[in-house]
Design a protein around this ligand. Structure first.
Ligand SMILES: [Zn+2]
Length: 236
């Protein structure tokens, strides 16, 4: 049997497109970094062979994310909590949702501001915007690694994210192409009766999950309007 829909629950699912106006890309592009660096360094293989470079790469990305600012769309999403139970599920590793005020955020691909120990207890700790140093350890002496998902690794909290989709009365998907699994499968778990929107100026309608409406606009232009309508008790 399917779980009951919670009429007061909203799931917001976000990807890189929500951060266009945050400055994140501008900071990243100003660094004269090698094209393809992410593909070279975001893997367990690189961690074993080029550990110092991997740590420096994530230190740099953490620094860029720290300089970026939440967008109008991030801020609008946080306002939904005035009236609704909101779960934000994001593919982004920055903390812009948290800094905008969202309190319940699932990071499918991990978080730049956290590291975890490579020991069995996989203790996660928040280092804020500080750099990680080669050889840093947890209190038990296990080496620390960035708390992010690398190529070939499982996304985090996928089942939990799926359960939230199944019980939401409204689903708002922002700034993701839905072309990469397993994240692309999540919106399909949204219920037929739920109000479901996708905001993405470049979204290919061929990839549209069943019964979603597509809005081909930038997040900052339209998400505040959608949020205002929902806070007013209207469908958008
Ligand atoms: Zn440990």
């Amino acid at each position: 049997m399917k779980p009951a829909i919670n009429p007061n629950k909203i799931v917001v699912f976000t990807g890189a497109g929500i951060s266009v106006s945050s400055g994140l890309e501008a900071f990243r592009n100003s660094g004269l970094r090698t094209v393809g660096l992410h593909e070279q360094l975001a893997s367990p293989h690189a961690w074993n062979r080029r550990r110092k470079e991997v740590i420096e790469y994530y230190n740099w990305r953490r620094e860029c994310a720290g300089k970026a600012q939440p967008t109008l769309a991030h801020l609008a999403i946080a306002r939904l909590e005035q009236k609704y139970e909101v779960v934000v599920i994001t593919q982004n590793v920055d903390d812009l949702h948290e800094r905008a005020g969202s309190r319940d955020v699932i990071h499918l691909h991990g978080e730049l501001r956290k590291v975890r120990c490579c020991g069995q207890h996989a203790l996660v700790s928040d280092i804020g915007i500080s750099p990680q140093h080669l050889g840093d350890t947890c209190p038990d002496g296990h080496e620390l690694r960035p708390h992010v998902v690398w190529f070939g690794e499982q996304v985090m909290q996928y089942s939990e994210a799926g359960r939230h989709f199944k019980t939401a009365a409204k689903v708002l998907v922002i700034g993701t192409s839905l072309q990469v699994d397993p994240a692309a499968k999540l919106p399909k778990k949204g219920r037929y009766r739920a109000e479901k929107l996708i905001v993405n100026p470049h979204f290919d309608v061929a990839d549209r999950p069943y019964s979603y409406r597509i809005i081909h606009k930038e997040a900052d232009c339209i998400v505040p309007d959608i949020v205002a309508a929902w806070l007013d008790g209207q469908r958008w």
